[in-house]
Design a protein around this ligand. Structure first.
Ligand code: GLN
Length: 456
């Protein structure tokens, strides 16, 4: 049924970069045969899933939205790919994304435009916009995205989905094509909080192949989502972040977003939670710090794409030396946003500028983490809008990187501090979805799920 929907609708939506219907049907038949034979099945046996094209999938094209990886078929599976296979899922396909996950609208994909199923003239968010469009458009029941500065939460918010960025280190990054290694996390995008929790449980947990993986069990996420749905929030202390759309800090936020956020706060209070405003002054610097740290790490991570080991190789005709082949391959293989970030990151890390830019940004990162620590002395969770605006029209910000970066205003602090954060739908503004963001202390992802389930 999903393959039929993809066939009928994906021409207009553009969620997928690669679909292999035959492989999916074969795999589904194999699950059916195993079931018929009475074999023990994985917990998600037969359930279709879509993966952002940033996860490597053995033998299945993986591009990270970039021309430089065109035609590459990885020889191995990412840990999350492997875990989803082991759980019995059927891979529908790989979804579109901003090139190397750099963007907020999926317009930086080297391959195609992805449209928001709520309004085809608008962006589906990014960088996991193919995954959000696939799930919102009914082209997959759920999907995985990755979030470096908001790329699960923001696309979920603007397409009316639930998206969760797990605690940094709680989902393996092995086989996840790196953008900014100290920030990247994979997570679920789904239509309900419970679905997201179930998918998260299937991919999470310790992995010895990722040196930053935390060796601790996941909290019982699905159980918390189920319990949270009862809507009893008595005893829960909730902080509204003043700097993220709180009292007097509303510049740049759409009125409809602030109105839905205020209603969500009332709803939460009505279910018995104690709500207060909390100030996190360093959050105002998150955008500036992120756009130094993420490009710095990217400039280092992307050095591996030199036209020798993966993907395309330009001018391999014997008339160019090694350096020329690398330069020509990168010039042709990387898009403008990726080049901008490599240049910015290389500059920020270079001798003479390191202390002024990268070093300062790292200090700000520490201050942001401290703001969270102080806040969590007084409250159990923090909330804010997920994004300052609803889905904006395609093309409206492509020529203005700073306007594009503003989409991440609310999601960046939790990213920089490595904390779990969920976006859950909290109503519509002018017919378009608005998201509520819920942030919790490290490893307390369960708090995000239970509050999200209550709000849902
Ligand atoms: N929009 C942000 C950026 O462009 C975040 C992207 C992400 O989380 N992958 O860097």
């Amino acid at each position: 049924a999903y393959l039929d929907r993809i066939e009928a609708e994906d021409g207009a939506v553009g969620a997928y970069l690669h679909v292999d219907g035959e492989a999916a049907l074969e795999r589904a038949a194999a699950v059916d045969a195993a079931r018929a034979a009475g074999e023990e099945l994985g917990p998600l046996a037969g359930l279709p899933v879509a993966l952002k094209d940033v996860f490597v999938t053995e033998g299945v094209p993986t591009t990270s939205g970039s021309r430089i990886l065109e035609g590459w078929r990885p020889p191995y599976d990412a840990t999350v790919t492997r875990r989803l296979k082991d759980a019995g899922t059927v891979l529908l396909g790989k979804t579109n994304m901003d090139e190397f996950a750099m963007g907020s609208s999926t317009e930086n994909s080297a391959y195609r435009v992805t449209r928001n199923p709520w309004d085809l003239s608008r962006i589906p968010g990014g960088s996991s916009g193919g995954s959000s469009a696939a799930v919102a458009g009914g082209l997959a029941p759920w999907a995985l995205g990755t979030d470096t500065g908001g790329s699960i939460r923001q696309p979920a918010a603007v397409t009316g989905l639930v998206g969760h960025k797990p605690t940094y280190g709680s989902v393996s990054r092995y086989g996840l094509i790196a953008f900014s290694s100290s920030l990247d996390q994979a997570g679920p995008m789904a239509r309900t909080v419970l679905d997201a929790a179930v998918l998260h449980e299937a991919i999470g947990g310790h992995d010895p192949r990722d040196s930053t993986s935390i060796d601790a069990p996941l909290p019982p996420l699905a159980e918390c989502a189920r319990r949270g749905a009862a809507g009893d929030l008595s005893g829960l202390r909730v902080g509204v972040v003043r700097e993220l759309g709180g009292e007097g800090h509303t510049t740049g936020y759409e009125e409809g977003v602030l109105a839905r956020f205020a209603e969500a706060v009332q709803l939460i209070e009505g279910m018995g939670a104690e709500v207060r405003e909390i100030s996190c002054p360093s959050f105002d610097l998150a955008l500036a710090a992120y756009y130094l740290i993420a490009p710095s790490e990217a400039s280092s991570n992307l050095a591996r794409f030199e036209g020798m080991r993966f993907g395309i190789r330009v001018s391999d005709d014997g008339r160019h030396d090694l350096d020329e082949v690398m330069a020509l391959t990168r010039a042709q293989g990387f898009g403008p946003e990726v080049k901008r970030r490599i240049i910015l990151g290389t500059y920020a890390l270079s001798a003479g500028y390191y202390d002024a830019y990268y070093g300062q940004a790292q200090k700000v990162r520490t201050l942001i983490t401290r703001d969270f620590t102080t806040a969590f002395d007084d409250v159990d969770v923090l909330i804010s809008p997920t994004t300052p605006s609803v889905a904006f029209p395609l093309g409206s910000r492509v020529d203005d990187p700073l306007a594009m970066y503003a989409a991440d205003l609310c999601t960046l602090p939790a990213s920089l501090a490595g904390l779990p954060a969920t976006s859950v739908p909290c109503g519509l503004s002018e017919g378009l979805p608005v998201g509520l963001q819920i942030m919790a202390p490290a490893l307390a992802d369960d708090r995000c799920y239970s509050l999200a389930a209550a709000v849902e």
